[in-house]
Design a protein around this ligand. Structure first.
Ligand SMILES: [Zn+2]
Length: 487
């Protein structure tokens, strides 16, 4: 599935206007050390953190080029969750997001929201390397380093939470811009304030490596990825963004190496899904030059069985991008014959069927796959999208009502529902779904306005009207709880 959010939203917004809708291992000795971080963070309650985290992720949805790819979203969330399951002091659920950005960066925020830049996939050679970055970020959150950083800011300069939150967010999402903003708005702040301290970093590395190993990954992945960062900063004029907020002195790398050596040696089997995800990002969501992408695919073609499979998948995507569908099918058909339930293959084949208007093939394949993988959200959203493309709007809506009920935070689901309702001239449903996409981006005023319009369109006292009005009340309450953190 290849939906991109912004473009479609704009198109739909225009259509709304046109339609007149004005209206297990032995622990190294050092793990016995107390966790410094957990003793801090006394003034921010978990509830405050949750509210701020939620507000933050809504603004990310509105402002950053998030990759709304069901396969990649599922991959990073499964990987992240595997690590969270092996971390200590987890106080909130975690969610993982992927942003299309060529700079290496990752950051974790309150409410367990972890953001990964797509460039991490370009530079991680193994899943353990990628996981080491995520484990480090998770540890900053569980050790409450971020809470402490923010409390420090608030204490040293008596600004509102909104100001402290805003500058921290900016610092994480765009370290260089964040520094500029800080020096402009918060005079007297030293540069050291806006990055984690050396002891924070040591702790996040130590706890992160423990999590990494417990989750079955290779602890050596951590120093290996640090080495990549160190090489980057040595040979390139541009410092990897992640180093602005997580400084990397030589001692950090040496410590990570020594620590990894204390863990028992283990062989970690290569992850097929990591290879698929890496190839998918490179071929579909990166600005890498085509020869560089082909270089990696060709390397994989000569590698292990798993790498060869990933290479074939990547080549199929490239052929499909070039509209050479017959070559793409030539690769994918035997792969799907062998692995009819492989969700990566199914997704790409569905895209090809849609491009070639062979809707029935795609629908049959997805329905078959749903029989063995009941309720699979990737298959469901693909099927809904295919129904839409095939102009089978009632089927699309029926599936999407259920999908959005089960996955209320998935913007793509609401977007497709909006499209489907619009095509059928069901303005109230279109407006209500549009309102949800706005609410997910923190635009509560607009969401309430559109829901009010939807409510005015339906019969007085009807079930739909009660539903819209109840949702308006809910959104007003949310808006109020956020007001103290919002500028
Ligand atoms: Zn760090």
């Amino acid at each position: 599935m290849r939906k991109t959010l912004k473009k479609n939203l704009v198109a739909i917004f225009i259509s709304l206007l046109l339609c007149g809708n004005t209206s297990v291992f032995s622990a190294p000795v050092e793990d016995a050390l107390p966790d410094i971080g957990t003793t801090a963070g006394a003034t921010l309650s978990i509830n405050q953190e949750m509210v701020m985290g939620d507000l933050y992720i809504r603004s990310i949805r509105a402002q950053a080029p998030l990759i709304y790819d069901p396969l990649l979203t599922q991959y990073i969330n499964k990987l992240g969750q595997k690590l969270v399951n092996h971390a200590d002091s987890v106080k909130t659920p975690f969610h993982f997001y992927l942003i299309n950005n060529p700079n290496i960066n990752a950051y974790a925020f309150f409410g367990g929201n972890v953001v990964l830049h797509s460039a991490l996939f370009r530079y991680s050679r193994t899943e353990s390397e990628l996981a080491s970055v995520i484990a480090h970020e998770i540890s900053h959150v569980t050790q409450r380093h971020l809470a402490r950083l923010m409390e420090d800011q608030q204490r040293k300069s008596p600004i509102a939470w909104a100001g402290a939150l805003g500058s921290i967010l900016l610092m994480m999402a765009s370290p260089q811009a964040g520094m500029a903003a800080l020096s402009g708005t918060l005079a007297g702040f030293q540069q050291g304030m806006i990055s984690f301290t050396q002891s924070n970093e040591q702790e996040a590395d130590r706890i992160g490596m423990r999590t990494l190993s417990r989750a079955g990954f290779d602890p050596h992945g951590m120093p290996a990825f640090m080495q990549i960062l160190a090489d980057q900063s040595r040979y390139s004029s541009k410092l990897p963004e992640i180093l602005y907020t997580h400084p990397l002195p030589a001692s950090r790398l040496a410590d990570a190496r020594n620590r990894a050596n204390q863990y028992p040696t283990k062989t970690v089997t290569e992850s097929q899904n990591f290879l698929f995800a890496r190839v998918r990002i490179l071929t579909m969501f990166s600005t890498e030059r085509r020869p560089d992408i082909e270089l990696l695919l060709n390397k994989y073609s000569q590698g292990t069985t798993k790498e060869q499979l990933a290479a074939a998948y990547g080549h199929a995507i490239l052929f499909s991008k070039d509209k050479n569908y017959s070559e793409a099918r030539k690769i994918l058909t035997p792969l799907l014959d062998k692995q009819p339930d492989n969700i990566w293959f199914i997704d790409t084949m569905t895209d090809i069927d849609i491009e070639q208007k062979q809707y029935a093939n795609a629908i049959n394949r997805l329905q078959d796959a749903l029989k063995t993988q009941k309720g699979n959200p990737i298959l469901q959203i693909n099927l809904a999208n295919t129904y839409l493309e095939a102009k089978q709007y009632p089927q699309a809506s029926q599936l999407l009502f259920r999908y959005t009920f089960n996955n209320p935070d998935d913007l793509i689901g609401w977007q497709l529902l909006m499209e489907s309702a619009g095509k059928q001239g069901k303005r109230n449903e279109e407006l209500a779904a549009y309102a949800e996409t706005m609410a997910l981006q923190g635009k509560f005023d607009m969401a309430i306005e559109y829901l009010s319009k939807a409510s005015a369109l339906v019969k007085l006292g009807s079930y739909d009207q009660k539903r819209y009005d109840a949702r308006i009340d809910q959104l007003r309450q949310l808006q109020q709880s956020y007001s103290q953190y919002k500028k």
